[in-house]
Design a protein around this ligand. Structure first.
Ligand code: ADP
Ligand code: MG
Length: 730
């Protein structure tokens, strides 16, 4: 057998894989590992002068303005801590509009006159960085002549150490803004939206007579799905390397039909990786909790304990980074693309979201008393209204080329947004809308589960059942936004969620205030809840979101169905949405407009890279293999004719005909695709629509031809690792 790169990779996998030596000892206890690389609250309390610590805490706990005079003391304590741990560098770590993180490192180094060096780090260096960084997308906010971008310390997210075997870097979470103060990142608007929802939630609580709460925090828990692929096979697939997904590949004989991967036994090599990955993230203070196999082969999930939105978003970015890093250490590559493999389930990032008070209450927990229940129903009503009124924004927040493969593909929620409340809560809402007094509105009776085995304990049924097909589901004490893509930063969807719910709370507070004069507050609030739910009940849906009936029904209800990124983006920077973001101080009109441009550009760029990669792979890898096989077949037919006349030639000729037709159609298809791409119109929206309408289906057609050829051409000649190898070899 000929030794090809593909064969050598498979042989290497077959000979087994030694895991790299563990970085943490099995004897290290979790509480000691957890947060050991973080300048967290415990370290701050211990190392900062007491007044400095207290001033910092005041800012973090109550949102009070940061006292600039404490910066020097914090910087000095941070530097001492980092240097004791072996750090030589520091970096301002930020999240530009690429959807990734960015950093520029500086050594603590200051040369002395005597030729030596001391390690310095001032308050100014902590607070402000000027990385320039003029090459990040700004959507026109920044012209290169005004290129200055500044990074500013975010004290709400603690600094941490990142290390290699050679040294450590103190990493300081920051925001990234232009010299005019406009946001150039995803973190600044997120923090602004957290303040907006805090303000409006407190206002509503005040109207309900709750004056004790001083801060309300949006909490999120993003569940991260991913695939793992052997590194040697990955390196032979330009599509995985450039696009994060396969652009070609015939379906394997065995896919996910047997449903034998979900929650299945985790293979040893993968478990070694997971332990290493989790240890590393625990040391960075990321509270990873759950791990399991997902639906598709080689697909897995990790889920953290929820945290404040800002922390959780930083931690999810770190999770994705460490995922890639540790996978490579274990000879694998992690894929966080929404659809790495056609005909297999794709990956999402369920965004669990709630609101919690500094007095320890979750505002989305149904209450035990009538007052608590009224509060719960009011917040729930605000959310239902927000999703109905701002379907366009919520849809735009998850608009992303990768996610287009997933939404509506019977594995993830459709592009239509709706809210699932669970049978119990839906029954309560139906009664309120029908005019039943809240005190009389009853959920259907739920009893313990009857298992029919007397030795098993009685299991209480969860107070909300599940609907895995819903894009936005209430799951007992939080909402789960299930349409977010696995590769996306959660910053933008969370920003949108916070903003639209803040708007809705503001609206309800106005309604209540307007009617309160002299009235009974409880009655007024009940009336506002019932009326608002009646007005927005079209967004509530308990059935199967994957069904065709739902698309038809949603259309009757007048719900938006924005099937792809260009359609969704067309509904993003509308006058209403520009005004909404500006009103709540989340994004100025120019900032929203610039984000729209950046999202369009990202879509175009991604598709362009995919089209170019596909063309190159077909031209330089697939076609040569096909032509080689075609040549061999033709040669064999010619030689057997004289050497072996009794051989039935018809099947060989039929195969040759099929191969020749395929290679011809590939050749002309590539040419046509190249021409069509060259005619892409200018202007972001027209270009995006053109790409969607003229390019995607041509790429798909080329794929179908190539995948068919893959099933015909001699396996030995096929240069690309096949699906069965990518998904089942380990
Ligand atoms: P479920 O089984 O209902 O999905 P889990 O407890 O397994 O709930 O949580 C799933 C995800 O939801 C986890 O990442 C978890 O941290 C997150 N989560 C739980 N409660 C909240 C909350 N109040 N706010 C935000 N996220 C939450
Ligand atoms: Mg899941």
């Amino acid at each position: 057998m000929k030794s090809t790169p593909r064969r050598r990779a498979l042989e290497a996998i077959a000979s087994g894989h030694e895991p790299p030596p563990p970085r943490h000892l099995a004897a290290d206890r979790l509480p000691e590992i957890f947060g050991s690389k973080v300048f967290n609250d415990a370290v701050q309390r211990q190392r900062l002068p007491k007044p400095v610590y207290q001033a910092l805490r005041r800012t973090l706990d109550t949102g009070a303005e940061l006292d600039p005079n404490i910066a020097d003391a914090v910087a000095s304590a941070m530097k001492d801590w980092a240097i004791e741990k072996g750090a030589t560098h520091y970096t301002h770590w930020f999240q530009p509009m690429t959807g990734l993180t960015a950093e520029k490192h500086d050594a603590f180094l200051s040369p002395t006159l005597e030729g030596g060096a001391i390690q310095e780090f001032s308050g100014n260096e902590l607070i402000l960085g000027e990385p320039d960084a003029s090459s990040f997308p700004s959507g026109g906010v920044r012209n290169t002549f005004e290129a200055r971008g500044y990074t500013g310390w975010d004290p709400g997210s603690p600094a941490f150490l990142r290390d290699t075997a050679y040294g450590k870097t103190l990493t300081i979470p920051t925001v990234f803004v232009s010299w005019t103060g406009e946001a150039l990142d995803t973190k600044t608007p997120l923090l602004r939206s957290c303040e907006a929802i805090d303000r409006q939630s407190r206002r509503v609580l005040g109207l309900l007579g709750d004056g004790k709460v001083t801060k309300i925090t949006a909490t999120i828990g993003p569940e991260q799905e991913y695939f793992l692929v052997d590194r040697m096979l990955y390196n032979l697939r330009p599509d995985l390397a450039h696009c994060g997904r396969t652009l070609l590949g015939a379906a394997p004989a065995k896919g996910q039909e047997l449903e034998d991967h979900y929650f299945s036994l985790i293979p040893r090599r993968i478990l070694d990786f997971m332990m290493d990955f989790e240890h590393e993230l625990w040391a960075l203070g990321v509270p990873l909790k759950t791990r399991h196999g997902e639906v598709a082969p080689h697909q897995f999930e990790t889920a953290p304990v929820f945290e404040s939105a800002s922390m959780a978003i930083d931690h999810n970015m770190l999770t994705m980074e460490v995922l890639h890093d540790v996978a490579q250490r274990h000879g694998m590559n992690a894929l966080v693309h929404e659809k790495p493999f056609a005909r297999m389930n794709g990956s999402g990032k369920h965004l669990n979201w709630s609101l919690s008070t500094d007095t320890g209450d979750n505002l989305l927990s149904p209450g035990k008393t009538p007052a608590e229940n009224q509060r719960f129903m009011l917040f729930l009503t605000a959310i239902v209204r927000a999703v109905d009124l701002h379907q366009d924004l919520l849809r735009a927040s998850i608009a992303h080329a990768g996610n287009d493969h997933r939404l509506g593909a019977n594995e993830a929620p459709p592009a239509i947004l709706s809210v699932y409340l669970g049978t119990e809560l839906q029954a309560v809402v139906d009664q309120l809308v029908a005019g039943v007094k809240p005190s009389d509105a009853m959920p259907p009776q739920v009893s313990d589960l009857q298992l029919g085995v007397t030795t098993l304990p009685q299991l209480p049924i969860d107070n909300s059942d599940r609907n895995r097909t819903s894009p936005f589901a209430f799951t007992g004490n939080k909402f789960e936004f299930r349409a977010v893509g696995s590769s996306q930063t959660t910053a933008f969807p969370t920003t949108v969620l916070n903003t639209i719910v803040a708007e809705s709370l503001d609206h309800l507070a106005n309604q209540i205030e307007g009617r309160l004069q002299g009235g009974n507050p409880t009655k007024v609030v009940d009336a506002v809840i019932a009326e608002t739910l009646a007005e927005h009940k079209r967004i509530l849906f308990t059935g199967d979101n994957y069904s065709d009936e739902w698309s038809a029904e949603a259309e009757r209800r007048g719900l938006l169905n924005l099937r792809d990124t260009p359609s969704a983006l067309a509904h993003f920077a509308t006058p209403d949405n520009l005004a909404l973001f500006a009103k709540y101080g989340v994004l100025s009109e120019r900032e929203t407009q610039s984000r729209s441009d950046v999202l369009y550009q990202a879509y175009l760029h991604r598709l362009r890279v995919e089209a170019d990669t596909l063309t190159e792979m077909l031209q330089t890898q697939v076609l040569p293999a096909v032509l080689e096989f075609q040549g061999r077949l033709a040669g064999a037919i010619a030689s057997t004719h004289s050497a072996c006349p009794e051989l039935d030639q018809s099947s060989a000729k039929r195969l040759l005909g099929e191969i020749a037709a395929g290679s011809q159609s590939l050749g002309s298809g590539i040419e046509e695709l190249t021409q069509v791409i060259a005619q892409t119109p200018s202007g972001l929206a027209p270009a995006a629509e053109y790409v969607r309408d003229a390019i995607i289906h041509r790429m798909e057609a080329l794929r179908v031809t190539s995948d068919h050829l893959e099933t015909l051409v001699d396996d030995e000649l096929w240069p690309l690792p096949k699906y069965r190898e990518l998904l089942f070899a380990h």
